[in-house]
Design a protein around this ligand. Structure first.
Ligand code: GUN
Ligand code: ZN
Length: 430
């Protein structure tokens, strides 16, 4: 067993941040060799049970903060090198930059190189779990799963299904894409900490037959995830209306093909109406909110007020490479600033603890992994970060003067980036 002495952040079941300025975190391996949280709380209350016990290693981290590893609810590993590609909006961005770049992932050696860099970049930024798109090439999934497994990370990913309105090099074949998806589920889902996500890119690039097949797989493999994009951009919404005139709305296309259920995550979810939001709630599907991507591609903004009224599940996501940064701090910053625009009219803003929750325990809940990751309550897998709140002169000044938890978290959200993350510890590190 290891016990850490440091400031400690975790979350209660209702999403409230719980903080100990002098905390204790005890972790120990379970029968499978996964490190789990055994105890978390104030040093004073817990230390007598743990210190000076045989087999207990004590690690003191003065001036540091231990917090749950971040969970990125939507990211594209093959777009690591697409960050910062300028375009007038989503559809030209896909056509001119993203699709040509993704065609390179047919080459396994190239995919391996990017997957290794991507995984190290996640860890450098304190992200311990992500729900990730690969490309349409099955080997791109082998590459990311291999890289995640080598690092002992809990990673969920899937091969992109896109059998129409896509250029040569990324377009797959309807039947073969579904066969490959099932093969990859059987090869990777549940291996160590890995999970598979059925991944139709978005409704415009899949035929009815492909979406139907994806829905059948989703019914057959009930604990596999589903990920796609929805209602990100108004041109995209108009295109879906032309392609699927029978469906009530863009979101309803996915429902019509059996792709809305628990463990389904829809990126963006901006241009939804009340009926759509109810559908998200009723099916326990979740929205991945990507504020830096929505800013970069001028897509619009996620409506927190209406999402909360509908009781929707949601969490934060970088959406690299539409998004601008791997850093959860940059994503939380953008969510706050964008939220100012939309919420200030009602005299509201997003509280720092709520922003942090959306990128940790809230994102874990959206994945159906509450109590497993994204938190540091007893029983959780011990994926966590060691934060140095004084990592820059300005942050040292600002966090040093924080009078309460909100001020401390806010200083890091507004001024922070990868420099805050001193160490990322993964519960099954090899
Ligand atoms: N919609 C379909 N594909 C994509 C993608 O790669 N990125 C974003 N942001 N939206 C999409
Ligand atoms: Zn995306």
């Amino acid at each position: 067993m290891k016990i850490y002495r440091s400031a400690l952040l975790r979350f209660a079941d209702d999403g409230q941040a719980v903080y100990d300025s002098d905390g204790l975190l005890a972790v120990a391996p379970d029968a499978q060799g996964v490190q789990r949280v055994v105890a978390a709380g104030s040093w004073q209350a817990l230390a007598p049970q743990y210190i000076d016990r045989e087999g207990v290693q004590r690690i003191d981290l003065p001036g540091r903060l231990l917090a749950p590893g971040f969970v990125d609810l939507h990211i594209h590993y093959p777009q690591t090198d697409v960050i910062g590609a300028p375009a007038s909006g989503l559809l030209p961005w896909l056509e001119n930059y993203t699709f040509p770049h993704e065609s390179r992932f047919a080459d396994r050696a190239y995919a391996d190189g990017v997957a290794d860099f991507f995984m190290d970049e996640l860890l450098r930024n304190g992200v311990t779990t992500a729900l990730a798109f690969a490309t349409s090439h099955p080997t791109s999934v082998d590459a990311i799963m291999t890289a995640a497994r080598q690092r002992g990370m809990r990673m969920i990913a899937g091969k992109v299904l896109q059998d129409r309105n896509s250029p040569d090099g990324v377009r797959d074949d309807t039947e073969q894409g579904l066969i490959d998806t099932e093969t990859l589920i059987q090869r990777w889902h549940g291996v160590d900490r890995l999970g598979y996500a059925i991944t139709p890119r978005f409704a415009p690039t899949s035929t009815d037959a492909q979406l139907r097949g994806a829905g059948e797989l989703a019914a057959r493999y009930g604990d596999v995830w589903i990920q796609s994009h929805v209602a990100e951009n108004l041109d995209e919404v108009a295109w879906v209306k032309q392609l699927f005139p029978e469906s009530r709305s863009y979101l309803a296309v996915y429902d019509d093909f059996g792709l809305m259920r628990e463990r389904a995550v829809y990126a963006h979810s901006i241009w939804l109406d009340e009926t759509d939001r109810k559908l998200m709630h009723d099916t326990r599907s979740a929205a991945a909110i990507s504020p830096t991507s929505n800013q970069f591609l001028a897509s619009g903004y996620f409506d927190y007020i209406k999402a909360d009224e509908a009781g929707m599940l949601y969490g934060l996501a970088s959406d690299v490479g539409g998004g601008m940064s791997f850093s959860p701090f940059r994503t939380m910053q953008a969510a706050y600033v964008v939220g100012r625009e939309s919420l200030a009219k009602q005299g509201l803003s997003l509280a720092p603890g709520h922003l942090w929750w959306q990128h940790t325990a809230g994102a874990a809940r959206a994945l159906g992994l509450q109590g497993v990751i994204g938190n540091l309550q007893p029983g959780c897998e011990a994926d966590f970060v060691v934060i140095n709140p004084g990592c820059t002169p300005l942050l040292a000044r600002k966090t040093g003067e924080a009078r309460n938890l909100d001020e401390l978290l806010f200083a890091m959200i507004i001024l922070g980036d990868d420099r805050l993350i001193e160490q990322t510890i993964v519960s099954q590190a090899k």
